[in-house]
Design a binder for this molecule. Structure first.
Ligand SMILES: [Fe+2]
Ligand SMILES: [Fe+2]
Length: 189
């Protein structure tokens, strides 16, 4: 699927706010990919479509997840997590996006995971720092994003974990694994 087609598809099915956020992530992912030598086309497409699942109701996401065995038990209990794995599945089966790297980046963009690809890391970070994110954490991490990818990612996952704790939500083990993997990698430097 071409980027222009994907953009029109998204514009037609999601809210204006989500569309603006998605284009922000697309553009930020493109710039990060250029900076870190990742595939800019894949980064743009994954960034643009990462929240495609959000255009579906929680009830529908839950049903698709259960029927197709797309989510772990914890994600089934936390509706805000489901749009990522179900979104990746919908991109494949509804829109015909076949690229495994793009689908994987969409799948893990909310929680993170240990061993994420460069593309997935770029989408995760772009989602955190796109221009529409104006909170202090995003501003701080945006300054690091183009010079130190791992430190910027660690900052983003730390603040995400903090927010989950403050809100009393369930903590996905993928976020903890991702954080640990970043710390271990940074220790080696
Ligand atoms: Fe998301
Ligand atoms: Fe997002």
């Amino acid at each position: 699927m071409k980027l222009s087609e994907a953009r029109e598809k998204l514009r037609a099915c999601c809210s204006p706010d989500l569309f603006v956020h998605s284009v922000g992530v697309e553009e930020t992912a493109y710039r990060l990919a250029l900076n870190y030598g990742a595939d800019t086309q894949k980064a743009s497409l994954a960034g643009l479509m990462h929240d495609y699942g959000k255009s579906f109701s929680n009830e529908r996401l839950y049903r698709i997840a259960v029927e197709n065995n797309l989510a772990d038990d914890l994600s089934l209990q936390e509706p805000s997590l489901l749009h990522a794995p179900v979104g990746a599945w919908l991109l494949k089966w509804e829109l015909g996006i076949e690229d495994g790297e793009v689908l994987e980046a969409v799948k893990v963009h909310t929680t993170g995971a240990a061993g994420m690809s460069l593309l997935a890391r770029i989408v995760y970070l772009a989602d955190y720092i796109e221009p529409g994110r104006t909170h202090s954490g995003a501003i701080e991490i945006r300054e690091l994003a183009f010079s130190d990818l791992e430190r910027a990612l660690l900052g983003a996952v730390n603040l995400t974990i903090k927010r989950v704790l403050e809100r009393g939500r369930l903590m996905h083990p993928g976020s903890i694994s991702f954080r640990n993997s970043l710390i271990l990698s940074l220790r080696k430097k």
